[in-house]
Ligand binder design. Structure first.
Ligand SMILES: [Zn+2]
Length: 363
């Protein structure tokens, strides 16, 4: 397998240049910056990643507005176009628009579709879409939480409507935040299983709680694993214990990872303590399982993750896992968070969640 292996990196240098947030270093907005992608691409250059014949670089596909319309209202599309033409805009509390936003968000969607369809048609074994802006909070009618178009949901509608792919799809969302956009699109759809681990506000209440399990025919196929802030490498993969049997029963023919890196310890938006080792171990696990369930068909679509220092290493660790190579985390990740473990709290949450899930899945 490894000789003919083809791992796709789907990206474009525009992601490393355009859509610069309007208020650098003064707000939440400033972290969704081109440097996220630039830091990764520069690191790839440094380690000569593309000299490896197993790594295939691909550009996003060109899409037109009719593709965006599969997942979004005309009003929302028009709003993004209009404000981009105007050159500036803030939507709600958490979305900024620049003159590049419509252009780049459309390209991000093209990158997500490319990554997923190339895995599905066998051109690539696995793929990683390095795109921005992210997508998992975006809703049919509006942008939300730095997300313009819902790259993953929209790509699935593309598979359904344009590629006539009607098989089961599992989405695993490892971003620090609950992907409320994706969850809402597929809440009543039994053909798409959505699992999300996310930092949860247990004091003030939050979206993405354990009892949001889907509705109607979709009951049991929306699975939330809310965790306290500050989880560590020792805690992160606790969900494997129940998610693996669920995936085996669900039998997906494609797995999409909503790949956020904002649980990384140096992230400025998330509050967790993961190192790049967690992303390596996660990828090893999902690849092994995917090889059993769906010929290894896994597409990783970038969501959040805002540490330009950590991002290149987290992504590179995943590539090494996909290549079945060892990984040793970089020396600067020397911090030892073992004593910070949230095992006890997580065990309590898991106990309640498993009781709910046992209504739909066997363990
Ligand atoms: Zn996030």
């Amino acid at each position: 397998m490894s000789e003919n292996q083809r791992i796709g990196i789907i990206t474009d240098e525009d992601f490393a240049k355009l859509n610069v947030p309007p208020f650098p270093r003064t707000s939440f907005f400033s972290h969704e910056h081109p440097i996220r992608i630039k830091s990764i691409l520069d690191y790839f250059d440094k380690v000569k990643l593309f000299d490896d014949s197993r790594i295939v670089l691909k550009k996003p596909i060109q899409i037109n507005e009719s593709i965006i319309k599969l997942a979004h209202s005309q009003y929302h599309i028009n709003t993004i176009k209009r404000l981009s033409k105007f050159g500036f805009g803030i939507i709600g509390d958490e979305v900024f628009i620049t003159q590049d936003t419509f252009f780049l968000a459309k390209k991000a969607l093209g990158g997500s579709i490319q990554a997923i369809q190339c895995v599905l048609n066998g051109e690539l074994h696995q793929s990683i879409a390095l795109i921005r802006p992210p997508g998992h909070h975006a809703l049919r009618e509006k942008a939300s939480g730095l997300c313009i178009f819902n790259n993953i949901a929209n790509s699935i509608f593309y598979l359904r409507k344009i590629m006539n792919f009607d098989k089961r799809i599992a989405i695993i969302d490892i971003d620090d935040h609950f992907g409320d956009g994706i969850a809402q699109y597929f809440y009543e759809d039994p053909s798409v299983l959505y699992f999300s681990i996310h930092e949860f506000d247990f004091e003030d209440g939050d979206l993405g709680f354990i009892d949001e399990l889907g509705e109607g025919e979709g009951l049991g196929s929306n699975i939330n694993f809310p965790v306290p802030r500050g989880i560590t490498d020792d805690d992160f993969l606790d969900f494997v214990e129940f998610l693996e049997p669920i995936l085996i029963q669900f039998r997906p023919e494609l797995i999409i990872i909503a790949t956020g890196f904002d649980m990384y310890y140096d992230d400025k938006v998330g509050n967790c303590l993961l190192t790049s080792s967690s992303y390596y171990n996660f990828t090893r696990w999902i690849l092994t399982l995917a090889e059993k369930l769906c010929q290894g068909k896994v597409a990783f679509i970038l969501e959040g993750g805002y540490s330009p220092i950590g991002l290149p290493f987290c992504i590179h660790s995943m590539i090494r896992a996909l290549l079945n190579e060892d990984y040793e985390r970089p020396e600067f990740e020397y911090l030892d968070f073992t004593s910070e473990t949230k095992k006890d709290e997580i065990a309590k949450i898991k106990e309640v969640l498993l009781k709910e899930l046992a209504k739909y899945w066997s363990f």
